[in-house]
Design a protein. Structure first.
Length: 133
C-alpha cells in the first residue's frame, strides 16, 4: 500500500489524487478513509465545498474540471469494476482528457490494490485506449 501511495504522489496531480481517494472511499463506504482523505485534502488547500460534492459529483458538474470529472468517472468504474467493468464511454472520456500515461496512472491508483476491501483484480482490465474490457 505504501508503494502505491508513493506512486500516486509521484504520478498524479495532488488535487486529483485527493479527489480520487475521497471518491473511492465514499464508494467503499469507509468512514475512516473519508475522514483521513478529506482531512489531508483540506490541509493541502482543497475547498470543503468540492470535497462535499464528490459524493454527488455528476450533479455538481460546475465544481469540477473536465479532467477531474473524467478521473472521477474512471474511479467510479474501476472501484466497481466487478459489477460491469469500465464502460467504453468512461474509458473514451478519460483518454480524451488525459494522456495514455496519465490514464494508466489514474487507473493504477483507482484500483482495488490501492483500497483495501475492493475487488482484488486488475483495475480496469484495459492496458490502453484501444483495448476493450
Amino acid at each position: 500500500m505504501a508503494q502505491l501511495e508513493k506512486y500516486g504522489r509521484a504520478h498524479v496531480e495532488p488535487i486529483v489524487l485527493h479527489l480520487i481517494k475521497v471518491r473511492a472511499s465514499v464508494l467503499n463506504g469507509c468512514a475512516f478513509c473519508i475522514d483521513m482523505h478529506t482531512t489531508e485534502a483540506l490541509a493541502d488547500g482543497e475547498q470543503a465545498r468540492r470535497l462535499f460534492a464528490v459524493a454527488a459529483w455528476r450533479e455538481a458538474e460546475s465544481f469540477f474540471t473536465a479532467k477531474e470529472r473524467a478521473a472521477l468517472a474512471l474511479t467510479d468504474a474501476v472501484t466497481k469494476v466487478s459489477e460491469h467493468g469500465v464502460p467504453d464511454d468512461v474509458w473514451n472520456e478519460a483518454v480524451k482528457e488525459w494522456s495514455e500515461e496519465e490514464v494508466a496512472n489514474l487507473n493504477k491508483i483507482s484500483g482495488p490494490e490501492f483500497y483495501p476491501g475492493s475487488t482484488p483484480r486488475e483495475p480496469s482490465g484495459r492496458s490502453g485506449p484501444d483495448r476493450a474490457a
